[in-house]
Design a protein around this ligand. Structure first.
Ligand SMILES: Cc1ncc(COP(=O)(O)O)c(C=O)c1O
Length: 421
């Protein structure tokens, strides 16, 4: 079928709420390359929204899935358990940036991991409140939406939301919010909205994903840890987008000198298979009663097999080092383009979690138009880019960390063409 015919069928068969960025349809993919149903080739800098740090169809991941496919595909772990779930939990317990001893529970999506982290924090503290941040994204379920700090399109028409969820500002130097102001506003919440003794958890992305690839300053993270310690609040790091090598460390929290109590992870954990996890201090993780956590598909055996292979691949192919090298090259390239692209206001990020933020050069206002223009031009030239940010004015780069160097260099050339005004 042609892309145009598929687009007509899609409009009739699926609701507009499932928004789709591209007007072409995937046929096959390999590492950093994707082909559509008409045979056109794209370099994939979207990677299924941060899922493919190990690339499309990494041979090692494929092999692990096929081997599991030959044995069994589903038992429901809570009915008949399997060893690979337990050994994956052991590996995550060792690797996660949480001072152990740790325990890990597996789920299916990022939103589910977030929901369960909040459930665990509430069960542990016996408190209801949760504090998240402006610009945060934590998923599309009701609680995920409630925690998300961006209204359109995620929250429009879907309220009322669960109660006892509050938002504090996230520091953002470019938009005039300092760490001191953000921490002061958090203290303000305790005066105006909720007694800190009623707060179960503070949930924070070490680098905001949808919010614009905005790294949390080190002193902010330290400040949050101090607030959590002072009031007995569980600190949750949402590493759904930042985890598994993207920032140049296995987990982004390794860039900071404080440790959270719980970590949520998903996306690149299983190289394209749906899998998520909550890992945290054993005393907190054990708060819910038996049967309180889980799900029919939680910890699916095919996805678990893929995750083992992903963790092996990141170590063996030194993908954290690769993330740093590629990110450095991209940052330098973007910075050099500032002279020919006055709308490029800032280049920032950690490792390969790099953002390019655009502003109208005349007014200084955030410019989604500029970001979209670059995205459209790049796509026309065969390079798939994603935008993000509260104002939609940021381009984020999520190429597989396994991308061949020559393909990466060629993509930077396309990017330069797309950005020149
Ligand atoms: C930080 C963060 N948390 C949670 C989610 C939700 O994950 P999912 O879409 O798998 O439910 C996302 C997805 O983009 C995310 O970036």
């Amino acid at each position: 079928m042609k892309n145009s015919e598929l687009n007509q069928s899609r409009a009739q068969a699926t609701p507009r709420g499932v928004g789709v960025m591209c007007d072409f349809y995937a046929d096959r993919a390999e590492n950093a390359t994707l082909w559509d149903v008409e045979g056109r080739q794209y370099t994939d800098f979207a990677a299924g929204i941060a899922v493919l740090n190990t690339g499309h169809r990494h041979p090692r991941v494929m092999q692990a899935i096929v081997a599991q496919l030959d044995r069994f595909t589903h038992t429901a772990y809570q009915v008949v358990p399997y060893p690979s779930y337990v050994t994956l939990a052991q590996r995550i317990n060792e690797l996660a940036p949480v001072p152990g001893p740790n325990k890990t529970a597996l789920f299916t999506t990022g939103a589910e991991a977030v929901e369960n982290a909040v459930k665990i924090a509430r069960a542990h503290t016996g408190r209801p409140g949760v504090i998240a941040f402006s610009g945060a994204f934590h998923g599309r379920t009701l609680l995920g939406m409630a925690l998300t700090g961006k209204v359109a399109p995620y929250k429009v028409g879907f309220g009322p939301f669960p109660s006892d969820i509050f938002h504090a500002p996230f520091p953002n130097a470019l938009h005039g919010v300092s760490t001191a102001q953000a921490l002061q506003a958090l203290e303000g919440l305790f005066k105006t909205d909720i007694d800190p003794n009623r707060v179960a958890a503070i949930i924070v992305e070490p680098v905001q994903g949808e919010g614009g690839f905005q790294p949390a300053p080190a002193d902010f993270m330290r400040g949050l840890r101090a607030v959590c310690d002072r009031h007995g609040i569980v600190m949750i790091a949402d590493e759904v987008q930042t985890g598994f090598g993207r920032t140049g460390k296995l987990f982004a929290m390794e860039h900071y000198d404080v440790r959270p109590d719980l970590v949520t992870m998903a996306k690149s954990l299983a190289g394209g298979m749906p899998l998520s996890a909550v890992c945290g201090r054993a005393a907190i993780m054990d708060a819910p009663l038996p049967g309180g956590l889980g799900g029919t598909y939680a910890g699916n055996p095919l996805a678990v097999a893929a995750a083992h292979a992903v963790i092996d691949t990141i170590a063996e192919e030194q993908l954290c080092e690769r993330a740093n090298a590629l990110g450095r090259q991209l940052s330098e390239h973007l910075t050099a383009l500032r002279a020919s692209c006055p709308a490029l206001a800032e280049v920032r990020g950690l490792g390969s979690m790099i953002a390019a933020e655009f502003r109208d050069p005349a007014t200084g206002a955030p410019s989604a138009e500029h970001a979209q223009r670059v995205q459209r031009r790049a796509l026309d030239a065969g390079l798939l880019l994603l935008t993000c940010g509260t104002y939609g004015n940021v381009i984020r780069f999520l190429y597989p960390l396994t991308i061949p160097q020559a393909q990466f260099d060629a993509a930077l050339g396309v990017l330069a063409q797309a950005m020149v005004e």
